[in-house]
Write a protein that binds this ligand. Structure first.
Ligand code: AHG
Ligand code: MN
Ligand code: MN
Length: 327
């Protein structure tokens, strides 16, 4: 069985062919993810477990590895010849590396996702999204997700995987022991329309709006309830791990607005969590909404804007959209 490397896949299998400068950037992202995987593996030996004294732009306590992962993304990807700007979860301001006329790409990233899982040795990840710079030369990063040209994530689990889409389906690569090369192990990942598995932080039930309560109450009722079948629940508290599971075997992921997070717009960030995952989910045949609208059609207003997220198997996502429409 041939398992092409990421480079071979990007240079020979993409149709139409990808811009070589985009391939360089993707190789830099892959290199950053390999280095981050190494930092995570060695954190206990290098004094890198636990929290920093600082909080990030979101007012959240930063883990040491949040800061290290952010630094590695910036260090490695800044060398990319046509990369114009970086938007990171961990950095308040947009980092412009060059004038827009001298670059082609914008890179958005969550350097370490699910970082509360680090100290309990569960799967964490990195999420990234790439857009093209404004052709009029404006320093603009507030671009709707439907204009992403690539997105993906690395999952640091029992194996390190890189899953990405350049708009031609979703493909998963596993880092090979020894060389570290990412090789194509999961070509053409697709999500079944139907599922019996849901992912939500159920401890927040009391905070939800009626449509989400109704949905979860119905699936929890199982065979005896209106859905007439049993559902299974999983919640990893690491969006990468939950989305990866959905890309492998289907499911629905829900992080709704609730009475606790509504004043912030939700919990997850639009530009470097919701949009890249929505792009992958749609490319794999699923759907991704904020409850009412397609996530990819939202016009971002701020780099660190938050948004409610419902994504995964189409039938379940659309059912929840109908419950929202019904009020
Ligand atoms: P991050 O570690 O980048 O701040 O992201 C954590 C996110 C996401 O990965 C996960 O789905 C969610 O927060 C977990 O939220 P709860 O703490 O409510 O479970
Ligand atoms: Mn995150
Ligand atoms: Mn993060």
């Amino acid at each position: 069985m041939t398992m092409p490397t990421l480079r071979r896949f990007l240079t020979s299998q993409a149709q139409p062919a990808l811009d070589p400068n985009l391939i360089f950037l993707l190789e830099d992202v892959a290199a950053a993810c390999r280095v981050i995987a190494r930092h995570i593996r060695d954190a206990a030996f290098e004094g890198n477990r636990g929290a920093m004294d600082s909080t990030n732009v979101q007012g959240e306590v930063q883990k040491k590895l949040d800061v290290i992962a952010d630094r590695e993304f910036a260090r490695i990807c800044s060398n990319s010849p046509r990369l114009a700007a970086l938007v990171s979860e961990e950095v308040e301001e947009v980092t412009w590396l060059k004038d827009p006329e001298e670059g082609d790409y914008l890179l958005y990233y969550d350097p370490l996702d699910g970082s509360s899982n680090i100290d309990v040795n569960l799967t964490v990840g990195s999420i990234f999204s790439i857009c093209q710079v404004d052709r009029d030369g404006n320093r603009e990063v507030l671009i709707p997700g439907n204009r992403q040209i690539c997105s993906g994530y690395a999952a640091y689990g029992p194996t390190t995987m890189l899953v990405l889409s350049t708009g031609q389906g979703v493909h998963g690569f596993t880092s090979e022991r020894g060389t570290g090369d990412f090789r194509l192990t999961h070509p053409e990942m697709t999500i079944p329309a139907e599922t019996s598995e849901f992912a939500i932080n159920a401890s927040r039930f009391r905070l939800w709006d009626e449509p989400v309560r109704r949905y979860v109450t119905e699936v929890r009722a199982g065979k005896e309830g209106p859905r007439k079948r049993d559902f299974n629940m999983r919640w990893t508290a690491s969006m990468v791990a939950d989305v990866h599971r959905i890309l492998v075997r289907g499911g629905i992921f829900i992080y709704p607005a609730d009475t606790d997070n509504r004043h912030d717009g939700g919990k997850l960030r639009l530009l470097y969590e919701a949009n890249p995952m929505a792009f992958l989910i749609e490319q794999a045949g699923g759907a991704a909404l904020d409850g009412h609208a397609r996530l990819l059609d939202l016009q971002p207003e701020r780099p660190h804007q938050r948004v409610p997220v419902i994504l995964g198997s189409k039938d379940e996502v659309e059912r929840l959209r109908d419950y929202h429409a019904a009020g």
